[in-house]
Write a protein that binds this ligand. Sequence first.
Ligand code: HEC
Ligand code: HEC
Length: 98
Amino acid sequence: MMKKLFLAAALCASASVALAAPANVLIKHDTNGMEITTTKNMCVMCHAADYKLAGKPVKAGNPTTMPANHWSKAKDGKMAVDPQRYNCTICHSPAKNN
Ligand code: HEC
Ligand code: HEC
């Protein structure tokens, strides 16, 4: 719990310094049970499958890949979620949660 709160606070602080005030892009689905922790991020599993698809339209029903500005090069040289964007729900809110 503390670890999660710390992560949220750290990312929040860096996001507000380094990025322009973000528009709130709504999440079209509910996010119940989709936890974001330091080791697990379900949003990434669906929305960050392949950098080459960043910003490209997808077939109906498939998750849009995060835009290119959400990615950066990780230590292994591969494109991955930019650490400043890791905590998706700082900026994205679900359109409907029950
Ligand atoms: C099981 C796969 C899956 C998971 C997990 C998931 N999504 Fe989605 N998401 C989708 C699909 C499918 C859509 C609808 C198609 C689209 O617009 O991308 C969508 C839509 C969205 C949209 C709207 C995109 C647009 O073009 O308007 C956002 C933003 C989003 N999701 C963010 C998130 C965030 C943040 C999380 C984690 C809390 C998350 N998603 C978890 C599959 C998923
Ligand atoms: C600092 C704020 C911020 C964070 C954190 C963030 N996003 Fe975004 N996201 C945005 C903004 C603003 C846009 C609108 C397009 C743009 O400016 O790049 C966007 C666009 C998107 C889109 C495309 C929506 C569309 O209609 O094309 C998806 C998908 C998405 N984000 C998913 C995610 C996921 C998944 C995460 C977490 C791994 C995440 N975002 C983290 C601000 C953020």
